[in-house]
Design a protein around this ligand. Structure first.
Ligand code: 13P
Length: 340
């Protein structure tokens, strides 16, 4: 394991004022996003949309890394330059989603387990050659009546740890993503209880598999009330509960925590991150790794029309900039009203 490389890439991924763009939507997921704006999900449209994102002016000021999907890592800009090279040249680390998606967990109705360990060592070696500096594996924990079960939490945590160990062996920084879903009618208290139990198990398994904490990035959910819960939590409550959970469960050796947005609106995800960073100095950098909360406005502005590319890039650059500020605790909601 090359600890020097792992440490320096992990630190670069959470360097001050910057965060990650999750552009690793699988072919199925990007189709859903394109359906919403009436764009056909062809390989060329997916390539053109990703080129729009990766060539947005000023991107590197607030984006430190981009998570790609297998197809995108192999694609190039119209100029012929491979996306991985185009990003690296701007000082942005290219990364790759390596999990195989979620499957039903047998004997546990309604619960999911992420697979993709088969052949992973060989895939990681190839991705490293293609220029990937980090990888992502997303585990999903749902909250509902009688769930999550211990078996679901333990299985997903162990798989995350085995994935992380394989990544580090291949000189690739693992993003460890245990996502407690915000769908459902649960309260913020219930989300905190489950997130706490999940993080405790994840770090126990990471330690058991001898994962090098200095060379990884955690990608957790924020602690929020379920989307269907009538009792809404304030942004201050979200920030407090999220920090309480992380301070109890995440070792100080981990260089950074990059939150997922998980269905929060763009402005909500930015405000929450900002409040989290205003609460004082923490052992780790607290940043973002947003998909929907960085891309929603850009997608709507684009609609698959070439003439809209510049406007869509401005929307995307604005969201990236505001989240960069939030990662320093320097965002103001009034900035939302400024032109992109
Ligand atoms: P969202 O920010 O849209 O939740 O996506 C982040 C991600 O990469 C989920 O795996």
């Amino acid at each position: 394991m090359n600890r020097t490389v792992l440490t320096s890439v992990a630190r670069a991924m959470v360097s001050p004022g910057r965060g990650l763009l999750a552009a690793d939507e699988s072919t199925g997921t990007i189709k859903k996003r394109f359906d919403q704006i009436g764009v056909e999900s062809t390989e060329e449209n997916r390539r053109a949309y990703r080129e729009l994102l990766f060539t947005a002016p000023g991107l590197a000021e607030s984006i430190s890394g981009v998570i790609l999907y297998d197809e995108t890592l192999r694609q190039a800009a119209r100029s012929g330059e491979r996306f991985a090279d185009l990003l690296s040249r701007q000082g942005i680390v290219p990364g790759i989603k390596v999990d195989g998606g979620t499957k039903s967990l047998p004997n546990f109705p309604g619960e999911l387990v992420t697979d993709g360990l088969d052949g992973l060592a060989a895939r990681l070696a190839e991705y490293h050659k293609l220029g990937a500096g980090f990888a992502k594996w997303r585990a999903v924990i749902d909250i509902g009546a009688g769930i999550p079960s211990r078996t679901c939490i333990e299985s997903n945590a162990d798989l995350l740890a085995r994935y992380a160990a394989l990544c580090q062996e291949a000189a690739i920084v693992p993003i460890v993503e245990p996502e407690v879903l915000m769908d459902g009618g649960h309260t913020i208290e219930r989300c905190e209880e489950v997130t706490d139990a999940v993080l405790a198990e994840v770090f126990a398994r990471l330690a058991a598999h001898r994962v090098y904490f200095e060379g990884m990035v955690l990608k957790p959910n924020m602690v929020v009330a379920g989307a269907k819960c009538a009792e809404r939590a304030s942004a201050e409550q979200v920030a407090e509960a999220t920090l309480r959970c992380l301070r109890r469960r995440v070792p100080a050796a981990v260089p950074g925590i990059a939150f997922l947005s998980g269905g929060q609106s763009e402005a909500e995800a930015t405000l929450h991150l900002d409040l989290i960073n205003r609460a004082g100095t923490q052992p780790w950098a607290l940043s973002f790794s947003y998909g929907r909360a960085l891309q929603a406005s850009a997608l709507t502005a684009w609609r698959g029309v070439t003439a809209n590319v510049a406007a869509a890039q401005r929307e995307f650059a604005k969201r990236a900039r505001l989240n960069g500020l939030a990662s320093l605790g320097k965002y103001e909601p009034t900035l939302e009203k400024q032109a992109a």
